[in-house]
Write a protein that binds this ligand. Structure first.
Ligand SMILES: [Mg+2]
Length: 236
C-alpha cells in the first residue's frame, strides 16, 4: 500500500515539475491597473504586404485566405514601432494589454507566437489575443463590428485602433477609443473604413478629402470625437 502511495506522489510531483503555466491575463480587475486593448492590422502590425501576398500566394488565390495570412505575419508583417513602445510603456507600469482583431481566428495561434516574439511577452489566442470578425444582422442587414462585446467582457478602459469600426466598437462599449494613424501605404491600398474613405470621391458617405483628413490630424481629433495617436512614421 505504501509503495502505491509513493508511486502516486512521485507521479504527481513529476506532473507538477513538467507543468509550464500558460500566460493568463488577470481574471479580475485590479484597482489602479489599466486594461488596454489594441487592434492588430495597421495598429500594432504593418501587415499590408501580408494581405497583398495572400491574394497571389495562398492556395485560395484571388481571395483573402485568413488561415494563410495568420501564418505569414512572421514573413511579411512588421511591428509599428511607436505602438510597440506604447505597449512597453503600459506594461512597464503594470498595466494589462490585450489584442482584438477582426481577422477570423483560423491559425490564430501563429499570430500570437509572432507578436510574442516581437513584443517580448506571451501573447496567446483566447487569453490576451482575440479574433472577432464582423457579423451581419439578418434582420437589419447591417454588417457590424463585434469587438465591443470583447471590450466589455474584458473590462477594457481604452482601445487603440486605426479603423472607423475600432472607434465605433470603443464608443458602443462606452470606453475611450484612440485612433492610430494608418500608414500612408495602407491608406493607398485600404482607404475604406478610415475616416469614411478619404481616397473616394466626395459623397455624403465619404465626405472627407485628404486635405480635410490632414486638418483632423492637426487638431488631433477624429470624426467620432476620438483622440488621434500622433504617429507620423513607421520604421521597418
Ligand atoms: Mg486595423
Amino acid at each position: 500500500m505504501k509503495s502505491v502511495q509513493i508511486i502516486i506522489i512521485s507521479f504527481v510531483l513529476l506532473l507538477t515539475a513538467c507543468h509550464h503555466p500558460k500566460y493568463t491575463a488577470s481574471p479580475e480587475k485590479i484597482v489602479g491597473q489599466l486594461r488596454v486593448g489594441f487592434d492588430v492590422d495597421d495598429t500594432i502590425l504593418f501587415s499590408r504586404d501580408n494581405f497583398l501576398k495572400a491574394l497571389s500566394l495562398s492556395d485560395d488565390s484571388g481571395h483573402l485566405d485568413y488561415g494563410w495570412i495568420n501564418m505569414h505575419d512572421s514573413v511579411y508583417s512588421v511591428l509599428i514601432d511607436p505602438v510597440a513602445e506604447l505597449i512597453g510603456f503600459l506594461r512597464a507600469h503594470g498595466h494589462e494589454v490585450y489584442f482584438i482583431t477582426a481577422r477570423p481566428g483560423t491559425n490564430g495561434e501563429a499570430v500570437g507566437r509572432y507578436l510574442s516574439k516581437e513584443l517580448g511577452f506571451p501573447i496567446v489566442k483566447g487569453q490576451n489575443l482575440f479574433f472577432s470578425p464582423k457579423e451581419k444582422d439578418k434582420d437589419s442587414g447591417y454588417k457590424y463590428t463585434t469587438k465591443h462585446e470583447l471590450i466589455t467582457k474584458l473590462g477594457l478602459h481604452i482601445f487603440y485602433g486605426d479603423s472607423d469600426n475600432d472607434m465605433v466598437a470603443a464608443s458602443v462599449a462606452g470606453i475611450r477609443g484612440v485612433r492610430v494613424v494608418r500608414d500612408a501605404r495602407s491608406i493607398e491600398d485600404y482607404s475604406p473604413n478610415y475616416f469614411g474613405d478619404i481616397k473616394a470621391d466626395s459623397t455624403a458617405g465619404s465626405p472627407y478629402s485628404e486635405a480635410e483628413y490632414k486638418m483632423f490630424l492637426i487638431e488631433g481629433v477624429g470624426p467620432y470625437g476620438e483622440t488621434i495617436f500622433p504617429i507620423r512614421f513607421i520604421s521597418k
